[in-house]
Design a protein around this ligand. Structure first.
Ligand SMILES: Nc1ncnc2c1ncn2[C@@H]1O[C@H](COP(=O)(O)OP(=O)(O)O)[C@@H](O)[C@H]1O
Ligand SMILES: [Mg+2]
Length: 518
């Protein structure tokens, strides 16, 4: 090993999957101890590069040099021996095992007389967790019962605990809560100070500027450029990422006008559900984009699930167009005449059937409508889906490929297509732009705006506060399971949202628009 050499140097790296060129002659290098951001649209080849460096897949051509030596990685065990560890985008944790068991996989302390020494395992993990400020994670919990953000922290902790020289982080912040992003920032700083070389994939420029010294842009599998972070503007980076300049990332807001509909499209009255939603009320009007601002765990997920019929209500009632409805399952919510759809948080497990084709996925809610005599009219399905995919700018190839091979952006578009096909007038979008690249985000914003203009009602939760500010007509801030603040027009600012999301102003009474005190 030689410290005057780059820690990582890839030269002419290429990889194809059938007809898809995932990496096309990519060359760049990363200095020892550097934190390098790797950015690019969904499908740009970032994960493919990470998987090659992790030994999960092999390149078709090109070479990888580590600290001046050409290495053939090829297998995960070899990557580990070379000091490369990875927190993967599709996390590698096993749901049915405990946190401790996952942390030690596949290297549990050697069994003694056929018995794994549980206390020794536990002590090891406790020590790692203390070093990583993870004391509040229960090492005995089953991973499948933890929220996404905590699972992502364990995925990262597992990689870090093996003391890598090179740490690859594939889009960790897409699943981290705001405070956990801060946790990761501190960890990155500490590791880099200790001389660890990091490659950090993210879609957020703010994180690139906070955590990284350099950035590398991939576009369509090609190296579009590498820079010191301070040498490029955000606009330069966006242009490199999408290969053209975007006039503006956010579409113009319309002048917000109160709907003159007789009743809200959807109303929730004093809703309580799950462990976190307590007495929340809201009214969603036709033609508006209503934002929900909240920090992690303030009842927003339960609110969306209750409105979609996934979680039963402990108290409160839901009205559609002024009429009370009982939603006992998502099937009630998507049924024609009710027409609520949810674009969910974890689209990998909740929103889509990954092994089915895009067409089959998009038409699931309408399958009953398209079915005749028990079988689905394939032509009707294809025609209906075609029209919607064209509107969403999804490649027609999507019709025949399984959704698991899509990029995150296209998966999200298919999740939205489902809703368009179902003909719903109310759309519940829970963090729809998470893990989505900037070009696709732009398309989703435009689509949301168009749908609102057509008179649909959209409830929109996002962890990215600038999206609330720039996309929503109204914002309701939730704290402690309730709606604590309504923001309108110029009041919708990052500062106002954060102030109320932190519960800062002493419990002001909520005054959602249109709540006439009934
Ligand atoms: N196992 C695979 N089989 C087929 N195509 C794949 C596979 N993995 C990735 N791809 C394709 O390669 C391209 C790059 O994907 P990926 O590296 O995951 O992009 P990113 O991580 O930048 O979003 C995409 O077009 C993707 O669909
Ligand atoms: Mg990826």
């Amino acid at each position: 090993m030689n410290d005057s050499q780059p820690a990582i140097e890839v030269e002419g790296l290429s990889k194809r999957f059938d007809a898809t060129v995932a990496l096309d002659d990519v060359s760049f290098s990363v200095a020892p101890g550097e934190v390098r951001a790797l950015i690019g649209e969904n499908g740009a080849g970032k994960s493919t590069l990470v998987k090659i460096l992790s030994g999960l897949i092999r390149q078709d051509s090109g070479s990888v040099n580590l600290f001046g030596e050409t290495v053939a990685i090829g297998r995960p065990a070899r990557a580990h021996r070379l000091g490369i560890q990875t927190a993967f985008q599709e996390m590698t944790l096993v749901d049915d095992l405990t946190v401790t068991q996952n942390m030690l996989l596949p290297y549990e302390p050697a069994p003694v007389l056929g018995q794994i020494d549980r206390r020794k395992s536990r002590r090891l993990v406790d020590r790692h967790f203390a070093e990583l400020s993870l004391e509040n994670v229960d090492p005995g919990a089953l991973v499948g019962e933890l929220d996404l953000s905590t699972r992502q922290k364990i995925e990262i902790a597992k990689a870090v605990s093996r003391q890598p020289r090179v740490l690859l982080l594939d889009e960790p912040t897409s699943t981290l809560s705001v405070s956990d992003v801060d946790w990761l920032g501190e960890l990155i700083e500490k590791l880099s100070a200790d001389g660890v070389t990091l490659v950090f994939i993210t879609h957020r420029m703010a994180e690139v500027r906070r955590f990284c010294g350099g950035l590398t842009v991939l576009r369509n599998g090609q190296h579009a450029g590498s820079f010191a972070v301070d040498d490029v503007s955000d606009a330069d980076v966006v242009r490199l990422v999408i290969g053209r300049s975007l006039g503006a990332i956010y579409p113009e807001k319309e002048n917000y006008r109160l709907s003159d509909a007789a009743a809200p499209a959807l109303a929730g009255k004093s809703l309580s559900a799950g462990g976190q939603l307590r007495d929340a009320s809201l009214q969603l009007w036709p033609g508006e984009v209503l934002g929900i601002g909240a920090l992690q765990g303030m009842g927003q997920l339960e609110l969306f699930e209750a409105l979609f019929g996934v979680t039963g209500l402990r108290e409160g009632s839901v009205e559609l167009d002024g009429k009370a409805v009982t939603l006992t399952s998502p099937a009630d919510a998507v049924r024609a005449g009710i027409g609520i759809s949810l674009v969910p948080e974890d689209r990998k497990s909740e929103g889509l059937f990954l092994s089915l084709s895009g067409a089959a996925n998009a038409s699931i809610p309408v399958i009953e409508r398209l079915a005749t005599f028990g079988w689905i009219a394939r032509e009707a399905e294809a025609a209906a889906v075609d029209e919607v995919l064209e509107r969403l700018n999804v490649h027609p190839r999507a019709l025949y490929k399984s959704v698991s091979s899509f990029s995150g952006g296209n998966q999200q578009k298919i999740a939205i297509a489902k809703w368009l096909l179902a003909g719903s007038k109310v759309l519940l979008m829970f963090d729809p732009t998470r893990g989505v690249d900037i070009g696709t985000k732009h398309e989703i914003y435009i689509l949301i705006r168009e749908l609102a203009k057509e008179g649909n009602a959209i409830l929109f939760y996002t962890t990215e506060i600038p999206e609330l500010v720039n996309v929503c007509d109204r914002v309701l801030v939730m704290y402690g399971g309730r709606v604590v603040k309504e923001l309108l027009g110029d009041e919708i600012s990052e500062e106002n949202i954060m102030t109320h999301a932190l519960g800062a102003p002493a419990a002001e009474p909520s005054t959602p628009h249109g709540e006439t005190g009934t």
